[in-house]
Design a protein around this ligand. Structure first.
Ligand code: IPE
Ligand code: IPE
Ligand code: MG
Length: 266
């Protein structure tokens, strides 16, 4: 019988440890103001700065932001090139500040698509900030969930070629490929947020979102501020994360934990 890897139920904390966000709505934000789309993207970068601050103040340890999907290459070349320029500018200008604030920067996605300059800036920023512990800020750039899973599966089987020679598949378990995912050193997201009103995941972290609480808001990304983040967290705090169990089981576990905490304290 196949038993899910979620058989060990993660602990649910009041504040989400890891929030993953699809930052959508920059174009519409600009259009509403009769501005070019790039003005929305620029304002979006400002929103990222504010959100990083807000996340730290709220004790969030991991923030993952979808900045450019593997499908965004389909956009007009001008927009793609301006987005690349904004990414490059942010890498050049923000790293000192991130480092000063004890923030680790990580980039997931096939960044070779952005050229050598961005690739080398990413590598040096990741190396410089790797020991930082206050917040891990992960930027998903030229990232696709299918790409991530496909790449992880290939890497796993390349490292374990004998598995394919086994007589059946019973030895293969989903968690075996997890160490090969781009997010292998991050916990799974507790809370997913998509701004901009669309209710889809657009090929973002398909594997990792299996048990994440989903939150959709009409707020456009440039308007997503600390208060909007609090609304998302408040919604998360009202959820009951069952991970396949019944509500009664969840309550019983909670009661047992409270009792043992009281025992330890007395
Ligand atoms: C999200 O905003 C930013 C990127 C995808 C790079 P959009 O550019 O998708 O904004 P809308 O959806 O057109 O409003
Ligand atoms: C998702 O937004 C990708 C990012 C925010 C980087 P899109 O605007 O590209 O998503 P779709 O095309 O509406 O699904
Ligand atoms: Mg969009």
């Amino acid at each position: 019988m196949f038993i899910s890897s979620t058989v060990s139920v993660p602990e649910t904390l009041k504040t989400p440890c890891h929030i993953a966000i699809i930052m959508d709505g920059n174009g519409r934000w600009a259009k509403k103001r009769f501005l070019p789309r790039i003005a929305g993207h620029k304002k979006g970068v400002e929103a990222v700065r504010g959100l990083v601050r807000a996340a730290i103040e709220r004790g969030i340890s991991y923030l993952t932001l979808f900045a450019f999907s593997s499908e965004n290459w389909r956009r007009p070349p001008d927009e793609v090139s301006l987005l690349k320029g904004l990414f490059l500018g942010a890498l050049e200008q923000e790293i000192d500040e991130l480092h000063k604030n004890n923030i680790r920067l990580k980039v997931i996605g096939d960044i070779s698509g952005f050229g050598a300059r961005i690739e080398s800036l990413v590598a040096s920023a990741e190396k410089r900030t790797i020991e930082n512990t206050r917040l891990t800020l992960t930027i998903a750039a030229n990232y696709g969930g299918r790409w991530d899973i496909m790449r992880a599966a290939c890497a796993y089987f390349r490292a374990h070629p004998n598995v394919l020679r086994a007589p059946d598949d019973s030895e293969i378990r989903p968690e075996m490929i997890e160490p090969y995912l781009a997010t292998s050193d991050l916990p799974e997201p507790d809370l997913f947020v998509r701004t901009g009103g669309e209710k889809r995941v657009s090929n973002f972290m398909l594997w990792q979102l299996a048990y994440t609480e989903l939150y959709f808001t009409d707020t456009l990304w440039p308007d997503f501020d600390a208060r909007a983040l609090d609304d998302a967290i408040a919604s998360y705090q009202q959820r009951e994360r069952r991970f396949g169990r019944t509500s009664e089981q969840v309550q019983a576990t909670r009661t047992a934990k409270t009792a043992s905490a009281v025992d330890t304290a007395s």
